[in-house]
Design a protein around this ligand. Structure first.
Ligand code: GRF
Length: 210
């Protein structure tokens, strides 16, 4: 059984999708062992508590730099014997020590079809504002492994939805969450826990069930 840590900063709807999937037995060979929040006020911590999952806070304001915060986080994850780290709306930029500590073992969910609308400055509603301003007809979500390049690691799963003529950033964000993010993230986590994700350069091959 792989021990999973979910890193959060806000509402935690993706965390909830993982908790619900786990409740339905859909996270095969994995268990959410910890939720780590960058903010003590994140509603995600309440979701963890309700589900009986230990919650921890690693607050950037308690550290002198992102590097010092990353080091504390890596220590905590090692203490907890974590094998998979899931970034589910985690808003602090981690330094490369994190990727070195968990090579090809950190998954991130991004609310666009990478490489579109990704990279520095593309987070939250900005992603959907940019997609609408560009006039794309499709957007969606991407689960990818985290590499030192922001939003640049190997892509695990993607799913698209239509962009509709009257969409606002909020409406598009909600459609992408409901139809893409909340489905893709549990699927990717379960595949990882079953050792079915094989990274081959930039690509990720999904292996059949044994
Ligand atoms: C999601 O849109 C996710 O794609 C992005 O941050 C948001 C987190 O939302 N990385 P929530 O906290 O899971 O509700």
């Amino acid at each position: 059984m792989k021990r999973i840590a979910v890193l959060v900063s806000g509402g935690g709807t993706n965390l909830q999708a993982l908790i619900d999937a786990q409740g339905r037995g859909e996270i095969i060979n994995g268990s959410i062992a910890a939720v780590v929040s960058s903010s003590p006020d994140a509603y995600a911590l309440e979701r963890a508590e309700k589900a009986g999952i230990p919650g921890y806070v690693i607050d950037r304001r308690d550290y002198s730099s992102n590097r010092a915060m990353t080091a504390a986080l890596v220590d905590k994850l090692r203490q907890l014997d974590i094998q998979l780290v899931v970034l589910a709306g985690f808003m602090t930029i981690l330094t490369e020590e994190m990727v070195r500590a968990f090579p090809n073992a950190i998954l991130n969910i991004h609310p666009a079809l990478i490489p579109s609308f990704a990279g520095p400055g593309c987070y939250g509603l900005h992603v959907h504002e940019k997609a609408l301003a560009y006039g794309v007809k499709l957007s969606g979500a991407t689960v990818h492994f985290v590499s030192p390049e922001c939003d640049g690691g190997p892509i695990v799963l993607q799913k698209a939805v239509e962009v509709l003529p009257d969409d606002t950033p909020e409406v598009l964000q909600r459609r992408i969450m409901e139809q893409c993010e909340w489905k893709l993230l549990p699927q990717a986590v379960s595949l990882f826990c079953q050792d079915r994700l094989k990274v081959e350069g930039r690509a990720v091959r999904i292996l059949d069930c044994l």
